[in-house]
Design a protein around this ligand. Sequence first.
Ligand SMILES: [Ca+2]
Length: 369
Amino acid sequence: MDGDLALVCRTTSLRSPFLRAPKFLAAFAATLVFVSAVTTRADNPPAATLTPPPGAVAAILPQEIRHAADDSVMMVVPAIEFVLGTADAHPDLPAKPYVGGELRPPDIPRARAYAAWALANERPAHAVRLKAFAIDRYEVTNAQYRKFLADVAKNGDDAYAHPDQPKGKDHTPRYWGDFNPLLHDPAYARLAQYSAATFAGDQNPVVGVDWFDAYAYAKWAGKRLPTEAEWELAARGPDGRRWPWGNDWQWGLCNIGGEKLASDVKSKGREKDGFIYPAPVGSFPDGRSPFGCDDMAGNAAEWCADWYAADDYQTDTAENPRGPATGTERAVRGGSSQNMPSGVRCSVRYHHEPEFRFFTLGFRCAKDL
Ligand SMILES: [Ca+2]
């Protein structure tokens, strides 16, 4: 398998599926000039010293496999070492550190508030090595989830349920019945371009499912949820890009930020992706990740396998980290249709209690190779 996987990750400097640190640093040193050339925009502060730009490491040839049990396409991610987390400055902060009097009023409280803790749970950026795995190309859709529910209706979920799953759990997504929880809010009803398909359409990601639902679906499909580290590698590739397509933000490459009236688009120049809520999976092929995964930024945020701890990057293992042994919240990645650009960076870590269901929150699955 290693031989095949090495072919997948064709690089100029990293021929081994295991990326050795000296080579990695040498490759990066050769690209420092490029780093400074592509990351000096005022709204994109300089990239981390550990983060080479897209193209510096590899031209990856995505390799897909079919997974029959839930009729899905999965992308192969070879065994590799990469940098988990970020050393970037917060993209919403001014490029310069806060110095009294230099910033305009809207920036001052924000700079002060972020100074102490911005991105603390994404730090330190550190090298980890993962074994090969496959991860769904798309978020799990309502059509796929319906087949799981049909099986559960027939045979029960004893074979798939997590041991901690609440007794008598109903796996039906929260918004299949009341498809627009915001419909009752006049402010949203005025803006919304929703339909019954928004939360129940076959090709839309299933949302309104909690961690136990996601866990059970994955087991039913002969898969598992991805770890945070696996999810992050699949999203940003071995070159540590800020968003799945690269280090510079571009509108229209993913589904984020809700949607505003056309007049807002004109006056504020934003909200350009065309979707208020989840979009059909694969609607933004130009925003695909280096390994070929769609919708890793935005659309549905995605449950991961791990318990969440804000400080676990300080102590996690360098080999196949799996998060803390226990906790009260599960990790969530990718941001959603309601986040703004900084909230859908590949390294952003969200977290919710495992029983939490919301119209922003779905999942995709992974499996060992
Ligand atoms: Ca997503």
